[in-house]
Structure formats: C-alpha cells, structure tokens
Design a protein around this ligand. Sequence first.
Ligand SMILES: C[S@@+](CC[C@H](N)C(=O)[O-])C[C@H]1O[C@@H](n2cnc3c(N)ncnc32)[C@H](O)[C@@H]1O
Length: 228
Amino acid sequence: MKKFKKLICDTDDGSSTIFLPDLNEYYHSKHGAVSESEHVFIKNGFYFWMKNNPNRRCCNIFEVGFGTGLNAFLTNRESKFMPKINFDYSCIESHPLELAEVEQLNYDTYLFDKDNIFNSIHNSKWNLPVKLSNNFSLLKISSDIQNYNFELNTDIIYFDAFCYRVQPEMWSIEVIGPIIDSMNKSSVFVTYSSMNILFEMLKDLKLEVEKIKGPSNKKKMIRAIKNY
Ligand SMILES: C[S@@+](CC[C@H](N)C(=O)[O-])C[C@H]1O[C@@H](n2cnc3c(N)ncnc32)[C@H](O)[C@@H]1O
C-alpha cells in the first residue's frame, strides 16, 4: 500500500477518525469511531473472551492494523478493571501515522484520558515491548503483516484491516491462515466485517463462526472461536 493523503474528521458519536479521500475509505465507521471499536472489539472480543475464560491470568491480544491506536487505548482502559490478569497487547502496522496526525485525534479528551495513556501509546517505541500500566504491556510492530512471523499464542484477535474493496489481499488465506494458526484453544477472532468470503474461510479453518449484531446501523459483524 502506498502512502495516501489523510484527513481527520468527526464521526457521528463525536469521536474522530481518519479519511483517505483517494480510496474513499475511513479508519472507522463514520457512524461512530469509539462506539464501533467498543462494540466490535471490546464488547464482542475482549469481554466475550473474559466470560469464556474466567480462570485465565494472562491474555495475549493481537491487533491487525494499529492505525490510530484507538483499540489499544480502549483495551488498556478496560484492563484496569481486571488487575489480576496480565495483558500482552501486540499490534502490527505497515504505515504508522505521523505524530502530527495523531495529535489531531480527540480520543484523549473524548475518553477523559487523565493518565495520558493515549500519548504514551503513541510515544512508545516501535518493536520494543513497553509496560503501559501495571498489568498491561504493549508491543507495536512496524511491519507488513505479510512479512511477520507469528510466534505468539494469541487469545484474542482484533482484525481491523481496511475493507475488501480497498485491500482484498488482507482478507486472503495467506494473511488469515497464519493468524488462525497462532490462536490458542478457546481464543476468539473478531472483525467489523460480515463478508461471506471471510465467513467461509474461517469455517474451512474449522472455527466456530457466527454473524452477530454489528455496531450502530451496520447489520452484522463476524466473530469466530477456535475450539482446538
Ligand atoms: C482500518 S485501519 C486501522 C484502524 C485501527 N485499528 C484504528 O483503530 O485506528 C487499517 C490499518 O491497517 C494498516 N495496514 C494496511 N495494510 C497493512 C499490512 N499489510 N500490514 C499491517 N497493517 C496494515 C493501515 O495502515 C491502517 O492503519
């Protein structure tokens, strides 16, 4: 993917996102960036896994497409309610944003970030794990996912790539297969997409796949559980 012009804009819930005019593509739903992330990743990924794995004391999360860092930020906020669980959050990004772009996003004020975590997320070095809070460490990997060698055993996958129209290669078995291989038993894969190609691929990979209610007026999203 080459570098495209970026515009910062507001979504319907008042939180900001990034728009790529050349691709006519947003980083989040224009109906609400924070509400989409909370619904797709936090409620249906993070809390779903917590409910199904009540005895686990550590949790490895992997995000595809770190982008604005919103999902890392929201996940860190929730981790504070679970001080007995250690979270290792890894995320991959091929085109990190410039700090000047990040500074125009309003997530810190929108979500009352009194500990300045959003800044810490963006100021932390790439490719080095950092402790963001007592029970949460962050590893931002600067790479194309196609060149990344999965060594982690993951519990939760946040798959937040651009849509199929813009980047069909991200929704291919070459990208998705190694991600699924990295997943532990009883782990969960969530994405905002409800695309049939993905649904069938995950089914072929022997995951228990469902289309569930999506955020706001998006009808469905996909969640898949790996039971082996
Ligand atoms: C939908 S946006 C990210 C949304 C992000 N999770 C957020 O909350 O801001 C998709 C992201 O995937 C990144 N991306 C595109 N191709 C990639 C690749 N091959 N490997 C890793 N990241 C990629 C883009 O640069 C972009 O930041």
